[in-house]
Write a new protein. Sequence first.
Length: 129
Amino acid sequence: MNHYASIAATSHDAAGTYRAVLSGRHHCIHEFKVRLSAGGAIDVTIHWFFATGRSNPVYAITHDTSPAGPDVVYADARATYGNLTFDGVVSGQSNVAGVGWGDKYRFTTTGSGPVTFNSPWASSRERER
């Protein structure tokens, strides 16, 4: 998500490329590339890293504004925005019982589910690593 002027450019449903950068027995990196426009061309590269023994994936995003040229792009980037699909959850047949995310702070649902926009939340500070 890149906000500029009074509009936004998103990678959702944008044409791009995908490749598996690394695919091992216990780890993988998936790469997605897309070109967005926020007043000028921005090449966006997204990496998702998954590994056995890790509860959470690592998400890394790079915005390359060099295709636009100097002093062209005036925008702010916000990530991660996105949609998640949970395997085995079919609309009306089963529910997601909880959601959590965070890096410096951990945000988790505290209700019994299903998760809605009105679900109660709690936050706590993670230990510095």
